[in-house]
Design a protein around this ligand. Sequence first.
Ligand code: GTP
Ligand code: MG
Length: 442
Amino acid sequence: MLKADDTIAAVATPMGEGGIAIVRVSGKDSLAILQKVFFPKKNVKRFRPGLMHYGYVKDDKNNDIDEAMAVYFRAPFSYTREDVCEIHTHAGVCAEMVLERLIRAGARPAERGEFTYRAFLNGRISLDRAEAVMSLISAQSAEAAKKSLSQLKNGCSSVIRESVDELKDLLTLIDAAADFPEEIDEEVTAEKVRSVSEKIARGLKRISDPAYARVLRRGVQVVIAGAPNAGKSSIMNRLLSFDRSIVTDVPGTTRDVISESVSLKGLKITLSDTAGIRETPDEIERQGVRLAEKSIREADVVLLIIDASEGELSPETKALLEVKDERFILVANKDDVKQLDVPGAIRVSAKTGEGIQLLSDEICRRAARDEDDEKLLTLRHIESADAARKILEDMLKTADATPLDLLREDVTQAMEQLCKITGENLSESVIDAIFENFCVGK
Ligand SMILES: Nc1nc2c(ncn2[C@@H]2O[C@H](COP(=O)(O)OP(=O)(O)OP(=O)(O)O)[C@@H](O)[C@H]2O)c(=O)[nH]1
Ligand SMILES: [Mg+2]
């Protein structure tokens, strides 16, 4: 566990060439350290909190290190709730030199996520909100950023917090029933435990959807599959609006999985073009087909491309239609040559571009999840919510015959699982592991 009583410093912006970098300091000696290294141009007697000061960072022999701006936030009105200073320097080497100067003046280099860790320790944010900071920083799409920001503002889900409160109330009620058996009826209490637990289990099920969390985190995986020569690569290039895949009239052109990401309506979509699926003696192509089949299994959405110009479904296409599930979108390509009536298929022509917008809209429709802001985003939260739900569901199976004190145990365990999400009663090592995934400076 990190020490929290010293003063830490780190460059909070990405390293490398750029306009400005921000070097951040947090801890009780922040202001004293700032005053040792930063000298405002206007001779101010003291740093006014929240106000930018223009000046120079100097070394201990009064040589200039950088021209900079500095601001001081007085505790508890800061990100960490401690005294915090930020020096806005020129990016690159200057930022590193300023950091070195701060360290020589008494700060310690911050560990990964240590600023947010202090915000958590000092009660400014709960663990789930600290985790939202991390998903916000690493968001891959506007949609993921929006959801992370909402989690940062409101916590992961009000369902979790309400469930914890309700389980606490149940425990109080069970204890009261044990202490005052004449006044509180045991059967009425047991019935209350059952009905509240049932409601909580339902709520937890609604907000826990690992597929949703995965899609938000890494985007939607859309695989373009079909028989050789159906026009998969041509459609890939059309959807991307540039030529990424090789297109020829030789069946078996694409042999590897070719992936490229696009942003469609704020969603990160990764398109993967694959080898046409067929029996073939060619070992390289056979490996490509195996990769294609694996991609289909792992995809969130599968575009099954059908060559309409053939006038009928090929045996390869028929075989793929047999394994079709709800992730599949049927696409009848080469509509400019021949119109083939395949029930439910979107008719397109990769050659003329006809129907491609419709196809793109359909991909977005499938990729966009419902707007339920309550859904959990972090796998850790989903695991705990599922564990709590399972405890309650198992309890409910036999609840009719179970004495109150045993119900109490299950309710306690379910509550402990949910408390893990907000960070109450969590072991130090688990908390440390969570913050280790952060970047330095945050
Ligand atoms: N007329 C017409 N030709 C098309 C259309 N789409 C693709 N083609 C042609 O069909 C042939 C195969 O296209 P590709 O995009 O390479 O097909 P593929 O499915 O990727 O083929 P493999 O990689 O070999 O599996 C090329 O000659 C394309 O120009 C279309 O909509 N209309
Ligand atoms: Mg191809």
